[in-house]
Design a binder for this molecule. Sequence first.
Ligand code: UDP
Length: 413
Amino acid sequence: MRLAVISYHASPVAVPGSGVNGGMNVYVRALATHLARAGIDCDIFSANVGTTGEQSFRLESGLWLHSLPVRPHSPGSSDPDYLGIPEFADRVVEQMLRSSVRYDAVHANYWLSGVAAHRVKHDLNIPMITTFHTLEKAKRAVGALVDDRSSLRMHQEARILGCSDAVLASGHDEAKWLLEMYQAPEEKIVHLPLGIDRAFFSPGSSGPAREAIGFDDDVPIMLYVGRIQSLKGTALAVETLAALRKHRGARLVIVGGPSGFDGEQEFRRVRELISRHSLERWVTVLDPMPHELLSTYYRAADVVVVPSVSESFGLVALEAMGCGTPVVATDVGGLRTVVDDGQTGILVRDRNATAFAAAVEALLANPVRHRVMAQRAASRAESFTWAASAGRLAGAVERIVQQEELVNCMSCA
Ligand code: UDP
């Protein structure tokens, strides 16, 4: 069996944590790796904007990456990203036909890849499986800022969903969004929780980890990891530290960089807040770093904060738990699947600095509760493995490959 994995802008070899690179890159790489190990070969197709040459790499046995050239579109055009998609889809289909490899199914990641995968589905007459990663209507429902391609995106998401033979949901909330906001037929939805790589994200002593990252004092560490943008609530992490410091000494470490249309603006807010609250000594901002290096930061931290406005899953929360660090997260989306409130972390209902600081303080002030939560977090995280996720995906692929007819949406029929 062979799967074509379409990941337009999330390359499996890019460092996540800024720009277009985040959890999706980790997801694409980890699932394809574990599928290949389970006997389903995978070819990942990504766009390399602004280059001319096509490059193919064998990442490991049964797993290839095809990095395909796409012309840059002018930043002034209404949607430079979207405009690259038809050309990218051409490149993907050309590459597939040229190589004469036979694909059994195509897996789209994110709506932009879904547009290209939709074309691949019809050109090759193979079933399509989709992971949206984020859904525009779910973002709008929580009042998140939307950019000027919002209507186009919602329209395309509905089309892609209509023509998908299966759609993957990482948690209960994402499944609910698909059912209620997009009227997805229930039988199409496959629950596929994400995983972590336990070779990296497993518990360890915090002392050596603190020393390794250069904090050898005993000031508690609050850690924020991920892309910097308003949807992720990076500025709220800084406000939380400001509120917390009224009660106790603590520091905040931020690992990540600006992402998306308001990433730079959120980063400016972060810097302004640091200066307004005179937190220069207590906040450290570090550039994104390779996934594997983060485990030392998670182990060094006393608490990991995930103050997102909306979250489909929340890999950072799971990785922190895997390292035995309790999480304080907003009570939204996939974070409800990952964090067991009061057991492995705290879910905050009122998304403001006072409530977040109170939750962090409740953990820091009670070392016994902290230790118990840390242990429970580590053991809960053990049940989330990429091998299990890939097993579910393999089951879904086998099912759609065996179905007698491909699903066709009204506009495609
Ligand atoms: N990440 C990373 N390096 C960084 C910052 C983040 O490898 O410097 C990874 C992090 O380990 C996690 C992913 O980026 O696996 C972020 O995933 P999450 O689901 O939390 O957020 P998303 O980016 O999907 O919105």
